[in-house]
Design a protein around this ligand. Structure first.
Ligand code: CA
Ligand code: CA
Length: 243
């Protein structure tokens, strides 16, 4: 049975997508009693769920009646655990953040990585209107497995032209990888993205970073269905120092 499941995972079966970047290590995955469990393969690395701590939800459920095009249907249940090598943590906590708007309308840029994810007034930074971005400097090269971020979760909203990139340099010219892009009509000029619009919730948005080596993580947005402004409650980067 384990062999069959293993083949399904490798062939791209259900549940495969999130571990695609870890295909070699994924050969040791077994589904046991409906939950993903990780086993240590001989000479390989153990995969375990990344240690996500979610804030308390500020509203119930995920509304589906927002008039936003290309909107992803809510999952209707908690997100599946995201697997990465054991020892991977949020390496963005308290790290330096740069922004296209260093003088936010509300709050301070430091709030992007201060660990406060509550989402209430006072727990988010508000950047100016139109296209804006924040860049987290991890301080050194890391292997990055996932980026988890909350723009705003006080009320349900959809932020537009969300693009997430990782790179070796602050100017985003070296070893640049786009790991999320829902700018389907290329408003931002960084290429049309295939990802869908989504409603912000207390779960945040989790993006597979596929183990890319990077020091800098940049997130773009261009207002929301509520207004032209841009917000961040928190950005987390799950990774480990690169060897
Ligand atoms: Ca925060
Ligand atoms: Ca767009």
């Amino acid at each position: 049975m384990a062999q069959d499941i293993r083949r399904t995972l490798i062939a791209g079966g259900p549940g495969c997508r999130r571990v695609a970047g870890l295909a070699a290590a994924a050969t040791s995955l077994l589904f046991i009693a409906g939950t993903l469990q990780a086993q240590a393969p001989a000479g390989g690395q153990k995969l375990v769920p990344i240690p996500i701590q979610l804030p308390k939800p500020m509203f119930e459920g995920t509304p589906q009646n927002l008039s936003v095009p290309n909107l992803q249907k809510p999952l209707g249940r908690p997100r599946d655990p995201f697997l990465a090598p054991a020892g991977v943590t949020n390496v963005a906590r308290d790290k330096a953040v740069l922004s296209s708007d260093m003088e936010p309308v509300i709050g301070d840029i430091e709030q992007v990585t201060d660990g406060d994810k509550k989402g209430a007034e006072g727990s988010f930074v508000e950047l100016g209107p139109g296209a804006q971005h924040v860049t987290v400097d991890l301080g050194a090269p890391h292997e990055v497995f996932a980026v988890l971020f909350w723009h705003y979760h006080k009320t349900p909203r959809v932020y537009f032209d969300v693009v997430v990139q990782v790179a070796d340099d602050a100017g985003f010219t070296k070893n640049v990888h786009t790991i999320f892009n829902n700018d389907h009509d290329n408003t931002s000029g960084m290429g049309a993205g295939k990802d869908m619009n989504y409603v912000e919730t207390a779960e945040g948005r989790l993006v597979d970073a596929r183990g890319h080596r990077a020091r800098y993580v940049r997130l773009y947005s261009s207002g929301s269905n509520a207004n032209e402004l841009n917000h961040y409650v928190e950005v987390e980067v799950f990774g480990r120092p690169a060897k």
